[in-house]
Ligand binder design. Structure first.
Ligand code: HEM
Ligand code: HEM
Length: 230
């Protein structure tokens, strides 16, 4: 019997732009630190700061699939989800699945820690984070160590993230396509019960208002002073 597909919208444009811009900035941050382009390192980091703060706001006021309370569940829900996967195979979920939800929180938290530790870090040559002078030199040294170690943890976690996505793709749940187009093609017989609920999406202009507001502050106080001395 031919399987019928239902095409459902799962990710709004702001989430998709957030994700792929973050991945791009992470690569640029790594590259700029490697080659010692520390002014660019800071410009990329503050651009990412705009994105991360926006994501936290969108996690409260944004579209349903972006909201933390939509995808962060109690552990018993994760256990039930895993039992369902064992019994019936990978479920196509409209949004992050209950296990993936924890991964998303962890990734956002680790990237935030990387940003915050960077604000206090120093390379002991030319570059100091803007909050460096507010802490003792031993605290700054400790946070610089955190900054270096945490990046390796983020890399490890990102590998795990991509491996999980490949496993899903093999099992018929194409997540990358959805993160690009915003839509998932769900076989009717594998549509989990959650998919029946109507998802609400917020307009992209609202995200733009938040981003412009944040960018105004970050560019004025953090990015512009660096651009002037480039
Ligand atoms: C999520 C954002 C960030 C990422 C992914 C990131 C990534 C990195 C990486 C990979 C290194 C090289 C670590 C090593 O040598 O092992 C580094 C070094 C450094 N970062 Fe960041 N960084 C971020 C944000 C920031 C911010 C906001 C600042 C503030 C100015 C900053 C300041 C520094 C400094 C001063 C170093 C040099 C440490 C040293 O070589 O002793 N970073 N960063
Ligand atoms: C530094 C690297 C990366 C980081 C920090 C990262 C982080 C994240 C975060 C925070 C989310 C949640 C999105 C949201 O709700 O806002 C996410 C989702 C996602 N990421 Fe990444 N990501 C990285 C690399 C990648 C790469 C290389 C790919 C592609 C192969 C990828 C594919 C995806 C997909 C498909 C989703 C949606 C997962 C789902 O449907 O539940 N990510 N990622």
């Amino acid at each position: 019997m031919e399987n019928k597909y239902v095409k459902i919208k799962v990710w709004d444009l702001p989430i998709r732009i957030f994700h792929w811009t973050m991945v791009m900035l992470m690569a640029l941050l790594w590259w700029s630190a490697e080659v010692g382009e520390m002014q660019w390192h800071q410009i990329f980091a503050y651009s990412l700061l705009i994105l991360i703060v926006f994501r936290l706001i969108w996690g409260v006021f944004g579209s349903d699939t972006a909201k933390f309370n939509h995808f962060v569940h109690r552990p018993n829900v994760v256990v039930r989800y895993l039992k369902d996967v064992r019994a019936a195979g990978v479920q196509v979920v409209p949004g992050h699945n209950p296990l993936g939800g924890y991964m998303v929180v962890l990734l956002i938290a680790m990237v935030s820690l990387q940003l915050i530790s960077g604000l206090f870090a120093t390379d002991e040559i030319f570059t100091e984070g803007p909050l460096f002078s507010y802490v003792s030199s031993s605290t700054s040294a400790a946070l610089t160590t955190v900054h270096k170690l945490n990046f390796n943890l983020i890399l490890g976690l990102s590998v795990l993230h991509v491996v999980a996505i490949i496993v899903h793709a093999i099992k018929g749940d194409k997540l990358v396509g959805a993160m690009l187009s915003g839509y998932k093609k769900v076989p009717q017989d594998r549509l989990s019960s959650v998919a029946a609920t109507q998802l609400q999406f917020k307009p992209a202009w609202l995200a733009l208002v938040f981003v412009m507001g944040l960018a105004g502050v970050v560019v004025t106080f953090l990015i512009w002073p660096i651009v002037q001395v480039l």
